[in-house]
Design a protein around this ligand. Sequence first.
Ligand code: GLN
Length: 494
Amino acid sequence: MSRAPNETWKLGAAALAARVRDGRVSVTDAVESGWVGPASMWEHDVNAVAHHDAEVRREAAAGASGQGPLAGVPVLVKDNLCTVEYPTTCASRILAGYRAPYDATVIRRLREAGAVIVGKGNMDEFAMGSSNEYSAYGPTRNPFDLSRVPGGSSGGPAAAVAYGLVPVALGSDTGGSVRQPASFCGVYGLKPTYGRLSRYGLVAFGSSLDQVGIFARHARDVAVTYAVLAGEDGYDATTRLGPAPDVSTFAAGVKGLRFGWPANLWAQGVDAAIVAALERSAIALERAGAVRVVLDFLPGTYGVAAYYLVATAEASSNLARFDGVRYGFRHEEAADVRAMYTRTRSEGFGPEVQRRILLGTYALSSGYYDAYYLKAQRARTRIRREFQSAFAQCDFMLLPAAPSLAFKVGEKTDDPLAMYLSDVFTIGANLAGIPGLTVPAGRTSENLPVGVQMLGPEDSEPNLLRAARALEVGGDVALLSTDEDPEFVWPTKR
Ligand code: GLN
């Protein structure tokens, strides 16, 4: 087997696919590049991968067509997306050893586009968490500072893209689980409009909130991957009908686009490095011809409460199927079926998942349904309207992805409420069904990533990607359509 050229692992997905299509790089070298070169020394410390298999990976590479928009591109997918060749366990004991008999629709579309699935990404158990510390496989660490978390719940996929294992990864975003880890790991993270990407084969957490999301190191790669994945699916009745919006315009610039600037949102409690990054990003967008519109927009106050009622209510129902009968783990020492359920669920689910099931069951109980669940649904409608009226004044808005930079491992595990509050800027998009995109926005003096977020109305992905590309080139319109991706600033080993 020929050795992969040393720099192959650094390439973005579109750049790599172009080399594979014209024969400069073989599919095998493309797929192996993250596993043999400088990137391979990270995994031991970072723990981004939950399942992989070198033999399966090599066979998949040998069988791949070498054609398509993602020809030869290795992709890591979160462990809650069904894949036939790897286990699908949601990083939970209760699904230990479970193998899905089918591929998720997004997985099938990746393969059809020439990509090779190289394994499953570590995650918070059942996608519940914001730090990747609630995993049956142990925490994932942030490659930019191993004493810090990568964010969650899609922390494994985010970290793998950041250290160079793969140029693209898939996660899921129910309340921010793609956008928040993207921000902590210095990469792009897109949560599409609800229903644009099929949820068929995504293990359900909060079905009315869940969307599959995309991580990449370059704006172009988010656009290319979105174009491959987006579109209606007969297997998911909640997918939107008709063609997905065209994101091939990502390099068209932002001239004349209006971006909302809800400055009162981050008047309190947001890290100064993030506030500075927002200001720098706004100036870059203006330099590229976009127009800043100051917005009076403060939806955050009841969003977190509404989210943690709706999400837990849906989770309590979705997770009822894990009972020791149908999938994965079953507790063997039980006298009767009721004891079997109880012992399986008590030992199979971790403490955060049990907390969510209890919260959700309580919110749905007949005595409290009106007080909690119904009220949360009303709040949800109101949040949706607030976004609609904000987007009457602008094409998208700029805001933090999270209130803080990556925090320390262990810092919030004893305080669930503090953990929940790290979602304050992301959950609105899930409640409203609108798209959101995290964009890297520089580093601190310690090389810790700083990210910002953009939110737009339904199907505004083309505008979000135009803005992301404009920010990627620092607002310099002359660079918008160059084929070369700007150099990613890699983590350094300490
Ligand atoms: N951190 C949020 C939660 O714990 C969001 C999770 C997600 O988006 N999957 O629910």
